[in-house]
Design a protein around this ligand. Structure first.
Ligand code: UD2
Ligand code: MN
Length: 524
């Protein structure tokens, strides 16, 4: 569906940045070949040695019941006499649970891959993968549809196992009934956590027991599309430090239709670390002849759906286990991967639908907003170097409330051990179109009426003629800074003077207030 944007809570306002073409995609000759004309699954005449055409498994061809509602990913309408029921069941998952229960758990969906994907070649010796799907109180039909989509659209020899990690669900049907249902699929294992860990530590628990060479994480309300898996594993096989993400398509929360999304989108973030998508500009696509099937390198991943080499994930220290419940782990892993020598890629020939919800349908053990903010502050402290000031500057209330981020020393030690590059390197090489000035503003403190400026003389302030050497920086931490010295109140509503700056200090913070009419002074 052209023009459709994926929905992400708090993805922040879009800022207009200059786009840096060199980092958005890759045409390295590593991409799978396009030879081959034979039947799916066969070694074909024209195939490269040791490669085969990507397998289709179950296309849209022969669903059990072609006339069932929602078949082929079509939208479904709630009958008039069921409106009240549908409305009352919405809260069970924050999407149309009534319709989800109505459509087959193994429905067919349209093959939305760009032209050329079905002819691509992948290696015969792709690594096996463990699928890790964490859930807490997931809707029954959606969880089943997620599992069926993996089972029916993945080459069986590549699926080592499907690990369903139950993050201490309370719904009865997710207990014995789920065990009974899944017992017919030997590859499906259910790992039950004895207390609520949150999705981050639940994924770690899944990774601990996984035996596949690659870990593939999925949310528990997805539908994997035709040929989704091999292109992901192909990237990891090409280089074990590649983290491969499918294009995330949209399963409508309202009518359960499966909708494709705009191509050429990168995963990005805006301050203070809000995930979002940004389209590669048309002129860049044209100038560089980027094809719909080309790999897109992303500054950050969305978080939910990706394949990563198991050993590499472990070398990276997996996720920071100090991150709680939900949020920020996609930033942590993305920074860690890029800064410590890996790459995050979107693979356009791999597509997975996901139900985007407007709100989490489960409760948070602690306050939701505070949980996410604390997670982000941990990430900022460990990975952002001097740029963490931009994070705090855009989420200044975190400084005021002095959020307790907990012990970060294991994460800092890991960063040293892995000899990871700086955040400045990341900005220059991976995400140069992010606007990230280290100070908020820079200039003179000028009295408009007298045309004089506040100047620094030694360690004191004076009011003199304006001079460019008396420039002050207004920092993200709200300091008015000149070299090592900061503007400081000398007492309660007494004189102002200078003090040595000391990072975050509320007593040295000044608010910049734009006044309706021009008045002397910058700060109040
Ligand atoms: C997005 C990601 C999600 C995760 C999150 C940030 C996609 C499509 N989704 O939000 O994977 O990275 O951003 O953290 O990129 N869950 C648990 N225990 C919990 C909470 C959630 O097991 O305490 C499960 C949940 O059932 C679901 C998965 O974790 O299967 C992700 O949660 P979500 O769907 O609420 O996250 P989403 O898609 O809003
Ligand atoms: Mn989700």
């Amino acid at each position: 569906m052209s023009g459709l944007r994926r929905l992400f809570r708090g993805s922040g306002r879009a800022l207009a940045f200059v786009f840096a073409a060199s980092v958005a995609w890759e045409q390295t000759g590593e991409a799978p070949g396009t030879a081959g004309t034979g039947q799916d699954g066969q070694q074909q005449a024209g195939s490269l040695l040791g490669m085969h055409r990507v397998l289709s498994m179950d296309a849209t061809l022969a669903p059990r019941d072609p006339r069932a509602p929602g078949q082929f990913g079509q939208p479904v309408a709630v009958p008039d006499d069921k409106q009240a029921e549908a409305k009352s069941r919405w809260k069970e998952g924050n999407f149309n649970v009534y319709l989800s229960d109505l459509i087959p758990v193994d429905r067919a969906i349209a093959d939305t891959r760009p032209a050329g994907c079905s002819e691509q070649q992948v290696h015969d010796d792709l690594p096996t993968t463990s699928i890790i799907m964490c859930f807490v109180d997931e809707v029954w039909s959606t969880l089943l549809r997620s599992v069926h989509s993996v089972l029916s659209r993945s080459p069986p020899h590549l699926i080592q196992e499907i690990i369903l990690v139950d993050d201490f669900s309370t719904k009865e049907h997710l207990k014995e009934q789920l065990d009974a249902y899944m017992s017919r699929f030997p590859k499906v294992k259910i790992l039950r956590l004895r207390e609520r860990h949150g999705l981050i530590r639940a994924r770690l628990a899944g990774a601990e027991v996984a035996t596949g060479a690659v870990l593939t994480f999925l949310d528990s309300h997805v539908e994997c599309n035709v040929g989704w898996l091999e292109p992901l594993l192909e990237r990891v096989r090409l280089r074990r430090t590649k983290v491969a993400c499918p294009v995330i398509e949209v399963i409508s929360d309202k009518d359960m239709s499966y909708m494709t999304v705009d191509n050429f989108q990168r995963g990005i973030f805006t301050w203070p670390m809000n995930f979002g998508w940004r389209q590669i500009p048309q002129e860049v696509i044209e100038k560089n002849k980027i094809k719909e099937t080309d790999i897109i390198r992303c500054p950050v991943m969305a978080g939910g759906l990706f394949s990563i080499d198991k050993k590499y994930f472990s070398e990276l220290g997996m996720y920071d286990p100090g991150l709680d419940v939900w949020g920020g782990e996609n930033m942590e892993l993305s920074f860690k991967v890029w800064m410590c020598g890996g790459e995050i890629e979107i693979v356009p020939c791999s597509r997975v639908g996901h139900i985007f919800r407007n709100d989490n349908p489960y409760s948070f053990p602690k306050d939701r907003v505070r949980t996410v903010e604390r997670n982000l502050a941990r990430v900022a402290e460990v990975w952002l170097d001097e740029y963490k000031e931009l994070f705090y500057g855009h989420a200044y209330h975190l400084l005021l409330s002095a959020v307790d981020v907990g012990d970060l020393s294991p994460q800092s030690r890991l960063r040293e051990k892995l000899r990871c590059k700086s955040f400045r390197w990341y900005l220059q090489n991976v995400y140069p179109d992010l606007e990230a000035p280290l100070v908020k503003a820079s200039g003179l403190l000028m009295n408009v009426a007298l045309a004089g400026c506040i100047t620094v003389e030694g360690t004191t302030l004076a009011f003199r003629e304006c001079d460019v050497n008396n420039t002050f920086n207004y920092t993200w931490l709200r300091l008015v800074q000149h070299g090592e010295l900061c503007l400081a109140p000398a007492g309660v509503l007494g004189a102002v003077g200078l003090r040595h700056c000391q990072g975050r200090s509320r007593s040295l913070a000044w608010l910049h207030r734009a006044l309706a009419t021009a008045q002397p002074g910058l700060c109040s």
